[in-house]
Design a protein around this ligand. Structure first.
Ligand code: ADP
Length: 159
């Protein structure tokens, strides 16, 4: 049986930290579906199509599918025949929210497991928000995002 996991997030934009989690998830699962979220309560810098396109270029050559969703994550996971939800953990500050979300998702559907992948030391301070801040100030994005994402950020902040 093919083991499928979904990796949901905002990916606004996708960073090297996201890609690292994804590569490590692919050692456990045959296929990972990256799911770009559309949450009406969140303000994004990039549109869902832009975010998906950046994930696509940053994950070239990896066995991933890219999709988007809004709604209940467990329903989407089931629809995709996936059995697990991948989330990354950086600092303790991530834990509270992730713990709550994982427990709620298990209550909604106890056949789906949430798997946490611990960040790599070099990426522990890396987030999409930090990347946007550095980009807005004209800082160097080398090693933080792929070249294509760096270009897209430059374009956004030039406007
Ligand atoms: P969300 O809005 O759902 O938190 P993000 O795109 O910020 O979306 O993050 C998606 C997932 O990737 C989250 O589980 C987050 O903890 C994880 N993640 C983001 N950056 C890193 C990183 N540098 N190292 C490990 N995990 C990360």
């Amino acid at each position: 049986m093919t083991k499928i996991a979904i990796y949901p997030g905002s990916f606004d934009p996708v960073t090297m930290g996201h890609v690292d989690v994804l590569k490590r998830a692919l050692k456990i699962f045959d296929k990972v579906i990256v799911v770009v979220g559309e949450n009406p309560n969140k303000k994004y810098l990039f549109s869902v199509e832009e975010r998906k396109a950046m994930v696509e270029s940053a994950t070239e050559g990896l066995n991933v599918e890219i999709d988007h969703f809004s709604g209940l994550l467990v329903d989407f996971t089931k629809k995709k025949n996936a059995t697990a939800i991948i989330r990354g953990l950086r600092a303790v500050s991530d834990f509270d929210y992730e713990f709550q979300a994982a427990l709620m998702n298990r209550k909604l559907d106890n056949t789906i497991e949430t798997i946490f992948i611990m960040t790599r030391g070099m990426y522990c301070y890396l987030s999409s928000s930090v990347v946007k801040e550095v980009a807005s100030l004209g800082g160097d994005l080398k090693d933080l995002v792929s070249m294509n994402v760096a270009e897209e950020l430059k374009k956004k902040f030039k406007k």
